[in-house]
Every structure is written in structure tokens, then in C-alpha cells.
Design a protein around this ligand. Structure first.
Ligand SMILES: *Cc1c(COP(=O)(O)O)cnc(C)c1O
Length: 370
């Protein structure tokens, strides 16, 4: 059996006529940049997340950079983010000229509020909690730390669209939040795309201009900005997919439940935990095993046709890109340890129960063979 980590074509086939019609409409109307398809998606997306404003952007990395710019992050500032994330979370900080500071993660694989509090200095300007793998960071604690220290909060919600914490949507806690519509994300476009959401109208209005050359009208530029826009075809595709997202999210949760049922009696692995009060949307289904066995299990699964992967094999502060900052592995004991133990199993809404059976059987067979 061949089971990929994710299968975007299966999803396309299930909504082909809707998607094809949406793309055709955009082409018929030549609504390629900005326009009604983009604003329709922006309105629907803002309503879904429960915020007043959403703005489509070029991608999730731009969205983070633009968010920090909008909050006035600049040279001399420090911004704290999770030690275990994709590099975009920290790249955005450096792009503003600020210094990336990392806080370790807890065993829910999200930023540990206690370590976060320890990392706050006089230079700290903002926090970027990452709702990693589809699970909310501990937003009540994080907002408390932000308030006590006068810090801004940008939620990196790239992996957690529709995730909730204590009944509130991820992306609706901070000063603003960013999303990625990279094809493999839970709400994926057919190319690059991203968004920023906020309840702050002044911030939103500035971002609308900054992301579109600082202009208010054609050739009326009030300041220099950048070009980072969601295009009409992607917006039309995303608007179609947004209607299915709640169902797809439940299907992801069902796949996670199947894995949990089948693997819970296996002592060699640690299954992902859902925090009390958090609704996990399982962008990724991460399991952990002993570091000495991790790569062997990964190779074994690949040999059996299973598209398992590691998110992420090197914690951010340990990357060559951040060597100049002089951080040590021992400063991030959890993130460093987990990066050597984690394996992501295939998960996507269309994954079938017998495919989960197959993956679970192969994992069990591997540990039996030792
Ligand atoms: C995907 C991702 C991003 C960046 O999004 P792009 O659209 O690929 O630029 C940022 N943060 C996290 C946690 C991500 O997973």
C-alpha cells in the first residue's frame, strides 16, 4: 500500500466541479489581482475566525513580516517565538531588523509560557506564539505575560486554522494573527497565499496599504510598502474550500482518533496530547520514539510505502542560520530532544480507516522486529 503524508489530488477530485467553475469565473472576469473574489474570501474568512478584518496576502511568511512591521518592530527590538517551528516564524523577526529570541516548548509541542516569561527583557517588543501542528498555544497564559510586560502578540496560525482554545478560535486572541494557505496547509490554495486577521481597524488599514505599495489609489502612494497580495484565482479556490473546512477538520480529528485507538497500547511511542480546553485540528499527527530508533522507524515506514516525515529535524536555535546568535542546544532541552524523536504520520481528511490500519500495523511490526 502507498500512503502519502498528504494527498492534495484526492481532495481536488472530491470538489473538482466547484473548483473548476471558480477558476473559470476569475478568468472570465479577469479578476486576477484584488477584486471581488479576494474581498469575498476575506469577508468569509474573517467571519469564520471571529474577527472583524482579514486581508489576503502573498504567503504566510510575508504575513508575519507585515504583522511585525505594523506593530512597529525594528532594529534593537527582541521578539520571542517558539524554538520548535518552521523558520518563517523567526525569519520575519530578522527581516524587521530585530533579534529572534526563542522559548522552549512544552510537551504539547507549543511554546512553554514559563520559559517565555524568563526570556522577556527590556528590549522585548512582541511575542509570536505558534499554534504548532494544529494545536493552540496556551493563549490565556501568553496573553497574561504580554499584558504584564506591555508586549504585542502575533499568533502564527499557519498550521491551526479552525483550532480553538477554551471555545475561542486561534487567531482571535492577539493583536493580530497570520495564516498560510500553502497547498499542504489545512486550508491550502493551489499556489502560495496567506492572510492577516485583526480586530484593530487602524492596524488593518495600515497593512492594506503596506502590502500594496503604500497606496490609497492608483499611483497615489503615501509611503513605501511592498507587493504582497493574494491573487483572485487563489482566493476563489480558498472560498470554495472554506465551505468544506469544518467537515475536513472533523475528518482529520477522526483520523487522529483512529491512530490513537490503534497505537495507544504501544509503549514504544508517545502519542500527541490534546490540551484540556483545546480543539486540535491535526495539521500534523506527531508521534515520538527513542532518538536511537527514530531514523530506523522512519526508514522502515518509507520502505513500506508510508510517507512519514519529521517536523522539524533541527530546532530553530540549532539551525546554521542562527549560529551567529550563539544559542546552545541545552538552552532548549525539550525542542532539541523532540527534534530527534518526532515522526509525523500521514494525515489528511480523505485518509481512510484501512489506510490508518496499515500504518498502525507497520509501526507495531517494526517494534516487534527489534
Ligand atoms: C507554513 C508556515 C509558515 C509560512 O507560510 P508560507 O505561506 O509557506 O510562507 C509560517 N509559520 C508556520 C508555523 C508554518 O507552518
Amino acid at each position: 500500500m502507498k500512503i502519502p503524508l498528504t494527498d492534495l489530488y484526492r481532495q481536488y477530485q472530491s470538489i473538482k466541479s466547484e473548483i473548476d467553475a471558480a477558476i473559470e469565473n476569475v478568468i472570465r472576469d479577469s479578476a486576477f489581482i484584488k477584486g471581488s473574489y479576494v474581498s469575498s474570501f476575506e469577508e468569509n474568512f474573517a467571519r469564520t475566525i471571529g474577527v472583524s478584518k482579514a486581508l489576503g496576502l502573498g504567503n504566510g511568511t510575508d504575513a508575519l513580516f507585515i504583522a511585525l512591521k505594523a506593530l512597529g518592530v525594528k532594529e534593537g527590538d527582541e521578539v520571542i517565538t517558539a524554538a520548535n517551528s518552521f523558520i518563517a516564524s523567526s525569519e520575519a523577526i530578522s527581516l524587521c531588523g530585530a533579534k529572534p529570541v526563542f522559548a522552549d516548548c512544552d510537551d504539547y509541542y507549543v511554546i512553554d509560557p514559563a520559559d517565555l516569561a524568563r526570556k522577556v527583557t527590556k528590549a522585548t517588543k512582541a511575542i509570536i506564539p505558534v499554534h504548532l501542528y494544529g494545536q493552540s498555544a496556551d493563549m490565556n497564559e501568553i496573553m497574561k505575560i504580554a499584558k504584564e510586560n506591555g508586549l504585542k502578540v502575533v499568533e502564527d496560525t499557519a498550521q491551526a486554522v479552525l483550532a480553538e482554545y477554551k471555545g475561542k478560535m486561534c487567531g482571535s486572541f492577539g493583536d493580530c494573527a497570520t495564516f498560510s494557505f500553502y497547498p499542504g496547509k489545512n486550508l491550502g490554495a493551489y499556489g502560495d497565499g496567506g492572510a492577516l486577521v485583526s480586530n484593530n481597524t487602524d492596524l488593518y488599514n495600515w497593512v492594506v496599504m503596506f502590502a500594496n505599495h503604500g497606496r490609497v489609489d492608483k499611483y497615489d502612494h503615501r509611503f513605501e510598502g511592498i507587493n504582497s497580495r493574494l491573487d483572485g484565482i487563489q482566493a476563489a479556490i480558498l472560498d470554495v474550500k472554506l465551505k468544506h473546512l469544518a467537515r475536513w477538520t472533523e475528518q482529520r480529528r477522526q483520523v487522529a482518533a483512529w491512530y490513537n485507538e490503534r497505537l495507544s497500547d504501544l509503549n514504544d511511542i508517545i502519542l500527541p496530547k490534546e490540551r484540556e480546553g483545546a480543539k486540535h485540528v491535526y495539521h500534523i499527527f506527531p508521534i515520538r520514539t527513542e532518538a536511537a530508533l527514530r531514523d530506523k522507524l522512519l526508514d522502515y515506514l518509507k520502505g513500506e510505502g508510508i510517507g512519514a516525515l519529521v517536523h522539524y529535524p533541527i530546532a530553530l536555535p540549532n539551525l546554521t542560520a542562527y549560529k551567529y546568535l550563539g544559542y546552545k542546544e541545552s538552552d532548549y532541552p525539550n525542542a532539541s530532544k523532540y527534534s530527534k524523536e518526532l515522526i509525523s504520520l500521514p494525515i489528511f481528511p480523505e485518509l481512510k480507516e484501512d489506510e490508518v490500519d496499515y500504518v498502525a500495523e507497520k509501526i507495531k511490526a517494526f517494534f516487534k522486529s527489534l
